[in-house]
Design a protein around this ligand. Structure first.
Ligand code: PNS
Length: 170
């Protein structure tokens, strides 16, 4: 059984994330989509909300399960018999951000490989941060995220001033 993890903040999940998850299932036997829960970072959606959105978004994907983790990603990999970390790359800036993490993770867990997949060109400019910014200013984002996520964004961003608050990247 070759098991991979697609880790991220998923605040919120985008269609770009889901494309990477789906393509990872063509390479690995099982894919765990894992929400990193880092209490020190400000998020628009709680860990529970991000997990619930991912569960719903991945419901139609076979051999995919959703989880959350705290602490080191490599500890999650060891505890869950995960052999590979799959990350999507949109551009060179993603590579610059991801490469040191890949090296650190390889040092911490030598048996766990990082696999980079080029993001589908259709999603090359889509990030959770930009989607939140556009939605915060009333823009239409249903082309970039599942419909129910777009609705959750509108509900959250029109009920609070979260759109202008500190936000995570990704
Ligand atoms: O969607 P993001 O914000 O790019 O996801 C980043 C994430 C959660 C994958 C990354 O921050 C992570 O792996 N956090 C867990 C803590 C950890 O293992 N840190 C060392 C990484 S080298």
């Amino acid at each position: 059984m070759r098991r991979a993890v697609c880790p991220g903040s998923f605040d919120p999940v985008t269609l770009g994330h889901l494309d990477i998850v789906r393509r990872a299932t063509t390479i690995f036997d099982e894919v765990v989509v894992a929400v990193g829960v880092n209490q020190s970072k400000s998020r628009l959606f709680s860990a529970e909300e991000r997990l619930a959105m991912l569960e719903r978004a991945c419901a139609g994907l076979e051999r995919v399960r959703v989880a959350s983790f705290t602490g080191l990603l490599t500890d999650f990999c060891t505890a869950n018999d995960v052999h590979a970390i799959v990350k999507g790359l949109r551009a060179g800036t993603d590579f610059d951000y991801e490469l040191p993490m890949a090296h650190m993770n390889a040092t911490l867990a030598p048996g766990v490989e990082t696999v980079f997949l080029p993001t589908d060109a259709a999603w090359s400019f889509v990030s959770s941060s930009l989607v939140k910014e556009v939605a915060g200013f009333g823009g239409e984002v249903s082309r970039f995220v599942p419909d129910f996520v777009a609705e959750a964004l509108v509900a959250r961003l029109t009920s609070t001033d979260a759109a202008t608050g500190p936000q995570a990247g990704g």
